[in-house]
Design a protein around this ligand. Structure first.
Ligand SMILES: *[C@@H]1O[C@H](CO)[C@@H](O)[C@H](O)[C@H]1NC(C)=O
Ligand SMILES: *[C@@H]1O[C@H](CO)[C@@H](O)[C@H](O)[C@H]1NC(C)=O
Ligand SMILES: *[C@@H]1O[C@H](CO)[C@@H](O)[C@H](O)[C@H]1NC(C)=O
Ligand SMILES: *[C@@H]1O[C@H](CO)[C@@H](O)[C@H](O)[C@H]1NC(C)=O
Ligand SMILES: *[C@@H]1O[C@H](CO)[C@@H](O)[C@H](O)[C@H]1NC(C)=O
Ligand SMILES: *[C@@H]1O[C@H](CO)[C@@H](O)[C@H](O)[C@H]1NC(C)=O
Length: 434
């Protein structure tokens, strides 16, 4: 509590060039993480909670956002300043495909110029090099990711990698090519290869790497494999196997269906069915953790945004949400077949100073976290993007787009909305520290 109060008092006078907060105990001594029943445990056997925000690096340029506005050291320093212990770093499989094909477009220069065009790209490239003079035009994307991971380690931030997309652009839209196994950009073999490659690379090079999310927000798609739990089972367990083979220490996060809004069939041990009239007709599977060498590495993840029933009272809000997967945490529920840790790997809303109190979402989400002691990962840190492409928006692509949901402002120099942070992020931290 004291720590938090000191922090919130500091925000207004905080200079981003201040020395990073150092903590007495290095977090890599907490790794590797494992699971037991409904809990994530650190290497000492104590319950561990992720308190994270998302830092996207999965859009066209395929490097973490914000480097034209601040140094990596300055950006990473936001984590301890906000009282966060971890990051959900989002990456694209396309980045790994490029590494493995020795694609010549992987330099910082080509990455930025290909994404932003010659004229604007040259300007942004110069800004990145000015803020981050350790890089040159020929520094590769992977070298930038390694520098980010090194700084996260230095500032004691645990790294959770999230495979956000296959083709690098903003996630997620229905039928955008990235949504379901076998869709236009979602090559299953390249996906498994990319996950295993990142898990192995992180094991060798990123001391505070803890875990990886197999796929963000699986969703309906028309031109893809059948959208059903059987298909989910086949590919998700194969991907987990590939990750575990590459890195036996990593926790493996399993997301659910419909933009990762529900995953209850897994803790309930339901039969996972195929779809009649398709290649999976009549096929079934059951997800039983005892079948897997990685049974003590399984974490379920779920997302929650404020897109419907925004004035539900908290009892209604919580009971509707419970049924989507919180059974995983509930040993007292006779329907629960398997306990798993559940992580709220995306939540958030516009940081505009009033939204936090306009609906019941903020209060009820805090209550849910307090009731069930779930790790969480806020969406998101970025104050703006290099560019963002959304297929269903005009214009499709906007350069330098401001992210009004971001914790920091447009140029990543200050907290966007201190009152919002005080009433949401800080209370989410308190809900786990109480
Ligand atoms: C990429 O380069 C490596 C190292 O030079 C080489 O072993 C590999 O065969 C190359 N891969 C392709 C697809 O060209
Ligand atoms: C590199 O990028 C250029 C420009 O976008 C593109 O024309 C070319 O095909 C790319 N090369 C590879 C190997 O992907
Ligand atoms: C280039 O940057 C300018 C100024 O930020 C912006 O108005 C313009 O739309 C950008 N060009 C493209 C192709 O997005
Ligand atoms: C699969 O089908 C069985 C039999 O109809 C049903 O009981 C079960 O709930 C279904 N599984 C899911 C995840 O819907
Ligand atoms: C914040 O956003 C919400 C939702 O868009 C809007 O209703 C509200 O007026 C905004 N508040 C401010 C201060 O702009
Ligand atoms: C949220 O909780 C606070 C403190 O318990 C309360 O004062 C406030 O009225 C609640 N707001 C909403 C929108 O429910």
């Amino acid at each position: 509590m004291l720590y938090r109060n000191i922090l919130s008092g500091l925000w207004f006078g905080l200079s981003v060039s201040a020395a990073p907060t150092t903590s007495a105990r290095s977090v890599d001594s907490l790794l590797p993480l494992s699971t037991k029943g409904r809990d994530i445990l650190d290497s000492n056997g104590d319950v561990f909670h992720f308190k994270a925000t998302n830092w996207p690096g999965h859009q066209e340029a395929m490097i973490p956002e914000g480097l034209q506005h601040a140094s990596i050291e300055q950006i990473v320093s936001w984590f301890p300043k906000f009282g966060l212990n971890s990051v959900r770093l989002c990456f694209a499989i396309e980045m790994v495909d490029d590494i493995l094909s020795n694609n010549t477009n992987q330099t910082l220069e080509k990455s930025i110029l290909n994404a932003l065009g010659e004229a604007n790209g040259t300007i942004v490239l110069d800004q990145i090099l000015e803020k981050n003079p350790q890089f040159t035009k020929s520094t590769t994307r992977l070298e930038i990711w390694d520098a980010v991971a090194q700084e996260l380690t230095k500032q004691n931030v645990i790294i959770h990698l999230d495979n956000h997309v296959s083709k690098a652009f903003w996630c997620c839209g229905e039928n955008d090519g990235n949504g379901w196994f076998g869709e236009k950009y979602f090559d299953v073999e390249k996906w498994k290869r990319g996950l295993a490659w990142m898990a192995e690379h992180a094991k060798q090079n990123w001391p505070t790497f803890s875990s990886i999310g197999l796929r963000n927000e699986l969703r309906n798609a028309q031109n893809a494999e059948p959208v059903d739990w059987y298909t989910w089972y086949v590919h998700m367990t194969a991907a987990a196997e590939a990750v575990h083979e590459a890195n036996q220490d990593a926790l493996v996060f399993f997301s659910g269906l419909s933009y990762d809004t529900y995953i209850d069939p897994i803790p309930l041990g339901k039969t996972l069915n195929g779809t009649s009239g398709t290649a999976t007709e009549g096929k079934t599977a059951v997800f039983n953790p005892d079948d897997f060498a990685w049974k003590d590495k399984i974490v379920l993840e779920i997302h929650k945004y404020d897109f419907e029933a925004t004035q539900d009272n908290c009892d209604t809000f919580k009971s509707k949400w419970y049924s989507k997967g919180f059974q995983a945490l509930d040993a007292s529920n006779p329907q629960t077949k398997h306990l798993f840790p559940l992580v709220l790997s995306e939540w958030g809303f516009i940081q505009n100073g009033t939204y936090w109190k306009q609906t019941t979402y903020n209060n009820c989400t805090i209550e849910m976290v307090e009731d069930w002691q779930v790790s969480w990962m806020h969406w998101e840190l970025s104050g703006s993007f290099y560019l963002q492409t959304r297929p269903n928006r005009t214009p499709n692509t906007i350069q330098g787009l401001e992210e009004f949901w971001g914790l920091v402002n447009y140029d990543w120099s200050a907290v966007r909305s201190p009152i919002t942070v005080e009433n949401s992020l800080n209370k989410m931290i308190a809900a786990l520290d109480a």
